[in-house]
Design a protein around this ligand. Structure first.
Ligand code: ATR
Length: 274
């Protein structure tokens, strides 16, 4: 019988996850179908329960339910525990629900494998201190960078994150305007670009070998990456690769098979240009 998976969110109609996972299934010969699932804002738990009762094998979880999924799970992987947010749920053979977070692994894989950006010994600036940034800190620190500075509009949130991850490496907190020095890699994990806004960081953070990564993506260069290009960054990368790689990691969690991502990324890029 064909196994059933879904991405659950609200809204969900425009999610690219079904295209990505159904392409992975075709490529790997895994017998599964993946669809979208719209959950009511006040009944995520009920929607998940009904999906699982009707034979669902696993779920991806997106906005605004990543914290609900964290609370709902029977067991958590170490990286989900650290992230305090969950984007992947897996029904285990004993019927319990295991939760994982593949966002950080997706980011690191996109950087290191797809873009050959070595993170070891590098100075990293992370902009933002919300769920997106919390989700990627452990996998980034596992690459053994020289240090990570977390800069946020609300400095106390950056300080909390720096404290929570201090056991994994050198992490410090800052306000945007107070960021000192320059960085090899600057990652934008704020939602400022949704509003077309830029975190007000000094231009001196960019040097001639700086790579920037915007977790967002769109049909045009993001506002943040445009700013970085204008100020001499060597290379700018958007979040489309992270989207596909977090999906590939979830597929691996569910099926034990790692799909190839390059062709799926290319077709999403082509679609976007149309
Ligand atoms: P997500 O799950 O996407 O991380 P979130 O937890 O709501 O969403 O976090 C949003 C992040 O974007 C926060 O770091 C937020 O800053 P604050 O903690 O000060 O609220 C940041 N952010 C949102 N809008 C912003 C803006 N216009 N300028 C700068 N930072 C912004």
């Amino acid at each position: 019988m064909t196994d059933l998976y879904a991405v659950v969110g609200n809204p969900i109609a425009h999610s690219k996850s079904p295209d990505i996972h159904n392409a992975f299934a075709e490529q790997t010969g895994e017998d599964l179908f993946y669809k979208t699932l719209l959950a009511p804002l006040d009944d995520f738990e009920g929607e998940v329960a009904r999906f699982l009762e009707h034979g669902g094998s696993g779920l991806n979880v997106t906005v605004p339910f990543k914290e609900n999924a964290f609370r709902l799970a029977d067991s958590l992987t170490a990286r989900a525990q650290r992230a305090q947010a969950v984007n992947t749920l897996k029904k285990m053979p004993d019927g319990t629900l295991q939760a994982d977070n593949t966002d950080g692994a997706g980011l690191v894989r996109d950087l290191t494998v797809n873009h050959s950006v070595n993170l070891t010994g590098k100075r990293i600036l992370l902009l933002g201190a919300g769920g997106a940034v919390r989700g990627v800190l452990q996998p980034l620190l596992e690459q053994d960078p020289a240090g990570i500075v977390i800069a946020n509009r609300t400095v106390s949130k950056a300080e909390t994150l720096a404290k929570d991850f201090a056991d994994l490496g050198r992490v410090s907190a800052s306000g945007f305007a107070e960021v000192e020095g320059s960085f090899d890699l600057i990652i934008n994990g704020t939602s400022a670009s949704l509003a077309g806004e830029l975190p007000p960081i000094p231009v001196s953070v960019v040097h001639q070998n700086t790579t920037t990564y915007d977790m967002m993506y769109g049909s045009n260069t993001t506002v943040f990456n445009q700013w970085a290009e204008d100020h001499g960054a060597l290379r700018t990368i958007d979040g489309l690769g992270m989207l596909v790689e977090q999906a590939a990691e979830a597929f691996y969690v569910w099926r034990g098979v790692r799909p190839q991502t390059a062709r799926v990324m290319q077709s999403l890029r082509n679609e976007r240009r149309r």
